[in-house]
Ligand binder design. Structure first.
Ligand code: KIV
Length: 271
């Protein structure tokens, strides 16, 4: 059964399993496997659309893929990312959240940033939009943070991330993603805020974990961070299946016995 946002806010310590999905078959598999939350992340840009970062992802792409994921997982609690530069003002954020929730069927939006996005989160929450925050490494602004690297090692940086998470809770987020921060910092944040933290590369002390689907099943050939655990080698399995198909087409063994249809000799003779 789909949780309510009020229930989600109270899931401290529940070890929520969240995973990304971007289309009908992916969301269907992920939902059938029984995850708690599905995220249509803007990682879409890298693992599905072949961009080299999430910066280029558009609202149209997010709406298109959120719709497909929703069709694959009609009962799931589905979160969709607001992409880069789609929530610069409260008005813009509201209009784009409306597209993700009303047109595409998302249950919540996620956006990146700490203190600086508080007015945006407040406006969304006031309007009834459930918001998941995201601090630490925020991929949409990774360049300004020095690249895809661990955040919050130094005191000032760690304090900024902690303060950001606290500010997001005050602004009304139902949860916060902590990405690529030291495990002790993630633990401190998890203890300091009353809403669930969902970690990625943030250690075991968060209230939940999230991974990118294509990383988990071995289907992304780009850079795979060390914190990712591959539970399958689906990319290799698919490549092998396709190579065997092509070989069998070429040697004539596909389509073989039972893979084609006959017709009556009578009909054939009359042609
Ligand atoms: O876009 C995404 O998939 C994300 C997760 C990695 C948290 O933001």
């Amino acid at each position: 059964m789909k949780p309510t946002v009020r229930e989600l806010r109270r899931t401290k310590g529940a070890r929520l399993a969240m995973l990304t999905a971007y289309d009908y078959p992916g969301a269907r598999l992920v939902a059938e496997a029984g995850v708690d939350l599905i995220l249509v992340g803007d990682s879409l840009g890298m693992v599905v659309l072949g961009y080299d970062s999430t910066v280029a992802v558009t609202m149209d792409e997010m709406v298109h893929h959120t719709r497909a994921a929703r069709r694959g997982a009609p009962q799931a609690f589905l979160i969709a990312d607001l992409p880069f530069l789609s929530y610069g003002t409260p008005e813009q954020a509201l209009a784009n959240a409306a597209r993700l929730m009303k047109d595409a069927g998302a249950d919540s939006v996620k956006l990146e940033g700490g203190d600086e996005v508080v007015p945006i989160v407040e406006a969304l929450v006031r309007a009834g939009v459930p918001v998941l925050g995201h601090v630490g490494l925020t991929p949409q602004t990774a360049s300004a943070l020095g690249g895809y690297k661990l955040q919050g090692k130094e005191e000032a940086d760690a304090r900024r991330i902690l303060d950001g998470a606290v500010a997001l809770e005050r602004a009304g987020c139902w949860g916060v993603v902590l990405e690529l921060v030291p495990a002790p910092l993630a633990r401190l944040i998890t203890e300091r805020i009353a809403i669930p933290t969902i970690g990625i590369g943030a250690g075991p002390h968060c209230d939940g974990q999230v991974l990118v689907f294509h990383d988990l099943v071995g289907m992304y050939s780009g850079f795979t961070p060390t914190f990712v655990k591959r539970y399958a080698e689906a990319g290799a399995a698919i490549r092998d299946a396709v190579a065997r198909y092509a070989a069998e087409v070429r040697d004539g063994s596909f389509p073989g016995e039972g893979k084609s249809f006959g017709m009556s000799d009578e009909v054939l003779k009359n042609l």
